[in-house]
Design a protein around this ligand. Structure first.
Ligand SMILES: Cc1ncc(COP(=O)(O)O)c(C=O)c1O
Length: 440
């Protein structure tokens, strides 16, 4: 598949050529590349507002990437810009304690029932990396148990059998990971509680933690089958392992807090990031007091960071919590739009006879080009039709709809999307499905 000619306009093309010379692979995060679509220049974005991105060629796109799930309020929301402006006038970085981080921690304690204490980091990767270190210190054990196709950031241990951008490039195992680290990681199939129970029963005495996305957002949107999380958590605790829920994508995506509250299973440690920062980098983790007090300087587990608790990220996080808190109808509206979008896509596929499974929860939607009845795990996503997906996404892009350029990523709606954008998207889906059928 070589479609390098049709994805982006001439100014983006020229920038991409320069980027390929100056930035390795032309991108600063592999997820942004067009490799899964057959290659070519991605649109280079000049500005963003509401539900739209505008590229350097003057093209507008309805944005369903939403910064890979980091945004829920839409782009350049005036209240967020004001919060950022006010915070920046007080100084950009202190390298010292400040009132905002205390306020933010106090508010998160109220929103995340298991978090008697929290700690902020600069990214989700750092949050999960420290959560795993903390679990290892708390249990005195070495093995990290996680699930196929999930993505938890880019530190060594979680890149063993990693999902998301790594899956897109077929790099389920990054090069450069020492054998010693691989030996301490076990990757099990998601949504297969008996497999997890069997493994934990047989080998669980070495397990420090079970790390899981409570709802997967990294091989499409895949929800846990009933009982999966409960059984995994029970089996982990039965052998003395801790349960870490990685809520970097899910926290604030489906409700004003972590999704585990809705799912009814509580972790021992929870990580968060993305949406909380309102567009600025943030991550963090929290747990009950006795676990969190193992972290330095209270205890012996080391975690540090020049950017941790960054005043601008914290100001944007506080503004995000305010805006989410003030908008009582936000998640209902996102769910209505998500349902309408999913229904429109399903109808279009049924009318044209394109085999398609659509998952939707609140404002998160994902499509699987498959004739199987459903997709429940990573192997199911791997069996989907990658060529049909690529044709579909390219045809959507040509119509001004920006979808994540990977079958493993989820489409996200934001508070700025309305029926108008969703209706336009559904009309575009019709033409894109035609492109899937005629192979263009
Ligand atoms: C579930 C999950 N955990 C962790 C991360 C890593 O977060 P970050 O990109 O902020 O390092 C991601 C990023 O996509 C994620 O989806």
């Amino acid at each position: 598949m070589a479609h390098a000619d049709i994805l982006a306009g001439p100014v983006s093309e020229a920038l991409y050529r320069r980027a390929l010379e100056a930035i390795t692979g032309g991108v600063n995060s592999p997820s942004r590349g067009m490799e899964a679509l057959g290659g070519g220049a991605p649109p280079f974005i000049e500005r963003a507002e509401g539900a739209y991105l505008y590229d350097v060629d003057g093209r507008a796109y309805i944005d369903y990437v939403q910064a890979f799930g980091a945004l829920i309020l839409g782009h350049a929301r005036p209240e967020m810009l004001r919060a950022l402006d006010e915070a920046s006038r007080r100084g950009l970085l202190f390298g010292a304690c400040h009132p905002g981080e205390v306020q933010l921690a106090e508010r998160l304690r109220q929103l995340f029932p298991v978090c008697e204490k929290v700690r902020f980091t600069a990214s989700g990767t750092e949050a999960v990396m420290t959560a795993v270190r903390l679990a290892r210190a708390a249990t005195g054990r070495r093995v990290l148990v996680k699930f196929e196709g999930s993505y938890h950031g880019h530190f060594d241990a979680v890149l063993v059998g990693a999902g998301s951008g790594a899956s897109t490039l077929g790099l389920d195992e990054s090069a450069g990971i020492p054998e010693g680290i691989k030996a301490d990681v076990v990757t099990l199939p998601y949504n297969d509680a008996p497999a997890a129970e069997r493994w934990l029963e047989a080998h669980g005495r070495d397990a420090a933690c079970v790390l899981v996305e409570p709802i997967v957002g990294n091989f499409g949107l895949v929800e846990p089958v009933p009982g999966f999380l409960e059984r995994v958590a029970r089996a982990a605790r039965a052998v003395g392992a801790l349960v870490i829920f990685d809520e970097v994508i899910t926290a604030f995506r489906f409700r004003p807090g972590p999704v585990y509250v809705e799912l009814g299973v509580e972790p021992d440690i929870v990580t968060f990031g993305k949406i909380l920062g309102g567009g600025l980098p943030i991550g963090g983790y929290g747990a009950r007091r006795h676990i969190m007090e193992l972290v330095a300087p209270a205890g012996p587990v080391y975690q540090d960071g020049t950017w941790a608790g960054h005043p601008l990220s914290v100001a944007c996080a506080l503004a995000t919590l305010d805006l989410i808190g003030q908008d009582a109808g936000l998640y209902r509206r996102l769910d209505d739009l998500g349902r309408a979008l999913a229904a429109g896509v399903r109808d279009g596929a049924a009318r044209r006879g394109v085999p398609l499974v659509v998952h939707q929860r609140c404002g998160a939607v994902s499509l699987f080009f498959t004739s199987e009845p459903d997709v429940r795990d990573f192997s199911g996503v791997r069996r989907t039709d990658a060529r049909a997906f690529a044709r579909f996404v390219r045809a959507m892009l040509r119509q001004g709809i920006l979808l994540p350029p990977s079958p493993y990523e989820v489409w996200f709606l934001s508070a700025a999307h309305t029926e108008r954008e969703v209706e336009r998207t559904i009309r575009a889906v019709d033409a894109a499905l035609e492109a899937v059928l005629d192979g263009s």
